[in-house]
Design a protein around this ligand. Sequence first.
Ligand SMILES: Nc1ncnc2c1ncn2[C@@H]1O[C@H](COP(=O)(O)OP(=O)(O)O)[C@@H](O)[C@H]1O
Ligand SMILES: [Mg+2]
Length: 355
Amino acid sequence: MENPFKFGTIVEEEYFTDRVEEVAYICQFVRSANHLVLISPRRFGKSSVVAKAVKQTGRKHITVNLQQVTSVADLSAKILKEFFKVHPLERVRHLITHFRIIPMVSTNPVTGAMDVSFQPGVDDAVLLEDVLTLIERAHTEKNRIIVVLDEFQDILEIAPKLDRQLRSIMQEQKHINYILLGSQESMMTDIFENKKSPFYHFGELMRLSKLPREDFHRYLSERLAGCFKGREEALADKILDYTGCHPYYSQQLAANVWQVGVLQPETEDPIAAAIDHIVKAHGLDYERLWMNFNRTNKWIMQHLASDRPIQSRQYPTSTIYSALKRLQKEGYVIYSDRYELEDPFFKQWIVEAMQ
Ligand SMILES: Nc1ncnc2c1ncn2[C@@H]1O[C@H](COP(=O)(O)OP(=O)(O)O)[C@@H](O)[C@H]1O
Ligand SMILES: [Mg+2]
């Protein structure tokens, strides 16, 4: 039996649940001439919800993940490559005549896919401008294209002043709706809410929360029923209690519970067995992460893991607060209505190590 749960990559079709309002909102939003900025902690479902919405618009769209980008030339090449997927080269050849540096386009002999690159060492400021101008020229105000830039906070790390450069190009454009997604809370807010940032008030800010419990419960129990007839509702409840409805970790736990159900159907507590399996499988990673935390961070992580208050005479409040902010920026801690550890399995590992 195929595992009905999926985690780690963008989810679509039968693996995607709820987010009805968000999808409708995004579809409606890109009918205006405005840009959208979507923020949430990692693995909440940003990439998935945007992929679904842009597909639903039926409009031309391209997506580039900045996490995979190594330089401005690379960014320009990646955007151009995606552009050629929606506008075949033969049909837009006449629009490329304005390019100050001619891109090299070839077919990868291994994958058969198209490769786009620029000669190394060329002035990359003009590359990006030429590529984005091409996209603008291939569209009109009535027929805008949607350009999705995922993990947008990485813009600050690709090259100095790239944010400024990008913003000044975008400023002139009228035929593109940009959707910018980002996962490092504080850095994304800095980019869009700080008056000194070139992207200050660039677009509408939208935040994504965890999945609503009722929908997620239905999604999990319908699928668990295939393996745990009669126990599916209780198991779904336990999974969501453990993960706090986190989209990724709930799917991960459900997938492992399913696995236990298939391989060891006699197991009395499949949830405990699945958790144990996941924590053990990641034990080495957790240990490595733990060794690199300083003492304040260890103290905070232990207190959050055991749900103890993070106040103490040992550390001044300001020290705790700035350490929390840093941990949040690095993705170990998230804040929804309170501070909590991002990964429930890392949390479990910490609790077990304390005993
Ligand atoms: N709407 C959804 N329905 C079911 N699972 C989801 C949904 N959105 C996200 N997930 C789960 O979370 C994981 C991460 O989703 P992703 O879109 O990559 O998040 P992000 O881009 O915020 O990091 C997915 O692989 C899936 O397991
Ligand atoms: Mg993503």
